[in-house]
Every structure is written in structure tokens, then in C-alpha cells.
Design a protein around this ligand. Structure first.
Ligand SMILES: Nc1nc2c(ncn2[C@@H]2O[C@H](COP(=O)(O)OP(=O)(O)OP(=O)(O)O)[C@@H](O)[C@H]2O)c(=O)[nH]1
Ligand SMILES: [Mg+2]
Length: 299
């Protein structure tokens, strides 16, 4: 149990804590959390992007102390949304957590469209299908504390069950309209099992499964920091006039020329500007994470 002085929302998954009492773990043993260690990293999201609304100010801590954000996206059923992935990248850079793109359901659709969109980034990725060997993923998880985020139904818990056979996480189905059913309702951190044939005795790491999210609000990220999720665009902005907001109506924003010169994908600039707009309440609040070009975009 938690000492009352710590307050109701003080402890999150991933926290390192000080305990007093009976720490034997035996049935009936009672220990109390009395202290929360300083966090190495904090992954946050908000319900909405616009910090002037109540929902935008409602900040949630997803997990503490993670050093890798595994962005889980299905290649189909539900279809991938690059706008969502872009938001996760912004959140990862803002929290100083390294991203890893995990594309599931590769048995249902190819990864070309999604990977094509990210060619300018050196974004590590893995492809997952039901029969795929998980050695590459295990190697990327080894020695690190990773957290999975993604829409409902993309296969996070299915993958966690394969990685940690004792996990026994419930898995759900995906409805006819391609939405998950929000099967997982709480985040759980699990220790990855040692791999006897990996040839090393490296710590296999930790993985946290989280409930599917509809959106990844970024009201807590400053406009300046948003750009760090777009490393393919950052370089261009040294040529922007002072105080350039990088929006489409900035006459001399250097990003337009950068894209026109073929140095970045115009869809990436459009996605960045869509994010900027949604923070000032101008975006489409119903589908903030779809980019034109995504499967089913605009439908
Ligand atoms: N074809 C195919 N189906 C998959 C794959 N991975 C998961 N699924 C299916 O996708 C559905 C949803 O999987 P879950 O693991 O519950 O998804 P989740 O991301 O944990 O969803 P929430 O807990 O709601 O956030 C299940 O019916 C899985 O069997 C895959 O690689 N290929
Ligand atoms: Mg789940």
C-alpha cells in the first residue's frame, strides 16, 4: 500500500520506490510505499492538444523511467496512422526516450507505405507477424526499460504474451470497422525472461503493456519542442526569420523551400503543420491523427 502522505496519483508504473514493512512478498505480508525515487524519464500525454481547454490541461503520466518507447502500429486492422506515430515520436523526443517503431500484422499488409513515409528518419523498426521470430525485437529490448503504446487492437498484449509467456495478458478482437475494443485497462510492467540461447548473460530488460489510446495529445509539449519529433525538418529552420512560427501562413518560413527542393517529404511538413494547428484548436478534433495518404484517410 501507499503511504497516505504521497497522495492518490503519486505512484505510476515504472516508478522505483522505497518500501517499509514486510517485504517478503509472502501471502498476507504488508509493505508500505514511503518514497518515490527521482524519475529518469516521464512519458506524458494529454487528452487533447489545446492547452487552453480543460481536456488539454488534463495531463496523464503513461509511465516513469522508460528508456525506449515502442510505438506499436498495425499495418492493417486497424490501419496505420502516421499522424499518431508522428505524435508518439514528438512525445518520445520530448521525454528523452528512444523510439522504436513496431509494425504488427505484417501478415495482413506490407510495410512499404509506412516505411516510405519515414525514410528520411533513422527510425529503428521491427516487423511482426504471428509466426515471426522475435529475436531481433528481443535484442532491441535487451538491457532496457521499454513501454509499448498504440491504438486499441494493434496487438500489444498479443506481443507481450509472446515475449513473456507467463504474462497471460487478455487479448481482444477487432470490430468490423477496424477498431479495437480496449481490452487492456491498466498498464503492467513485466520482466522479460532470460534467453538461454542468446549467447550473453545481458539483462533481458523490461516491457510495459499499456491500454490502447484513441489519441496522443501533446498540449504539454512546447511549440518549439514539437519540431524535434521531425528531425528531417529541423535543419531547414536555421534559415527561418526570427520568431518564425513555421505555420503555412508564415510567408518566409524556410520549411516550404526545403520541401520544394526535395529535402523532405511534403507529407511530413503537412503533418507537422497539422500538429501546430491542432494545438491552437484549429485541427480536426475528431480525427487528429490521420494524415492524407494513410489507408482510409479521410474516410
Ligand atoms: N493477423 C494478425 N492478427 C494479430 C496480430 N497480432 C495481434 N493480432 C490480433 O489482433 C487482435 C487484438 O490484439 P490485442 O493484443 O488484444 O491488441 P491490444 O493492442 O493489446 O489492444 P488493447 O488492449 O485494446 O489496447 C487480436 O484478435 C489478435 O489476435 C498479427 O500479427 N497478425
Ligand atoms: Mg491489450
Amino acid at each position: 500500500m501507499r503511504a497516505r502522505e504521497l497522495g492518490r496519483k503519486s505512484v505510476v508504473v515504472g516508478d522505483r520506490v522505497g518500501l517499509v514493512g514486510d517485504t517478503s512478498g509472502a501471502p498476507g505480508a504488508l509493505a508500505r510505499i514511503v518514497r518515490i525515487a527521482e524519475r529518469r524519464s516521464v512519458l506524458r500525454r494529454t487528452a487533447e492538444d489545446d492547452a487552453t481547454t480543460a481536456e488539454g490541461r488534463l495531463e496523464r503520466v503513461v509511465v516513469a523511467n522508460a528508456d525506449q518507447l515502442v510505438i506499436v502500429s498495425a499495418l492493417a486492422d486497424p490501419p496505420p496512422r502516421t499522424g499518431f506515430i508522428d505524435r508518439c515520436l514528438v512525445a518520445a523526443y520530448d521525454a528523452d526516450i528512444e523510439p522504436l517503431l513496431c509494425l504488427t500484422k505484417a501478415d495482413l499488409a506490407g510495410p512499404e507505405a509506412v516505411l516510405g513515409y519515414y525514410t528520411e528518419l533513422e527510425l529503428p523498426y521491427v516487423l511482426i507477424r504471428p509466426d515471426s521470430d522475435l529475436a531481433a525485437l528481443r535484442a532491441l529490448l535487451a538491457g532496457r526499460i521499454s513501454v509499448m503504446v498504440g491504438h486499441s487492437g494493434v496487438g500489444k498484449s498479443t506481443l507481450v504474451n509472446r515475449l513473456v509467456p507467463a504474462a497471460d495478458r487478455a487479448v481482444g478482437t477487432v470490430s468490423a470497422i477496424g477498431r479495437g475494443r480496449h481490452t487492456s485497462t491498466s498498464a503492467v510492467a513485466l520482466r522479460l525472461p532470460p534467453q538461454p540461447d542468446s549467447g550473453t548473460d545481458q539483462d533481458p530488460g523490461w516491457i510495459t503493456d499499456t491500454p490502447g489510446v484513441r489519441s496522443f495529445g501533446l498540449a504539454h509539449v512546447s511549440a518549439e519542442s514539437l519540431l524535434h519529433g521531425f528531425s528531417d525538418l529541423v535543419e531547414a529552420t536555421v534559415d527561418c526569420p526570427a520568431n518564425c512560427q513555421h505555420t503555412a501562413d508564415e510567408a518566409d518560413c524556410a520549411l516550404d523551400a526545403w520541401v520544394a527542393a526535395g529535402k523532405a517529404d511534403p507529407r511530413r511538413l503537412a503533418s507537422y503543420r497539422r500538429l501546430l494547428a491542432s494545438r491552437s484548436g484549429e485541427g480536426d478534433p475528431r480525427e487528429p491523427e490521420r494524415n492524407p495518404g494513410d489507408p482510409l484517410a479521410g474516410s
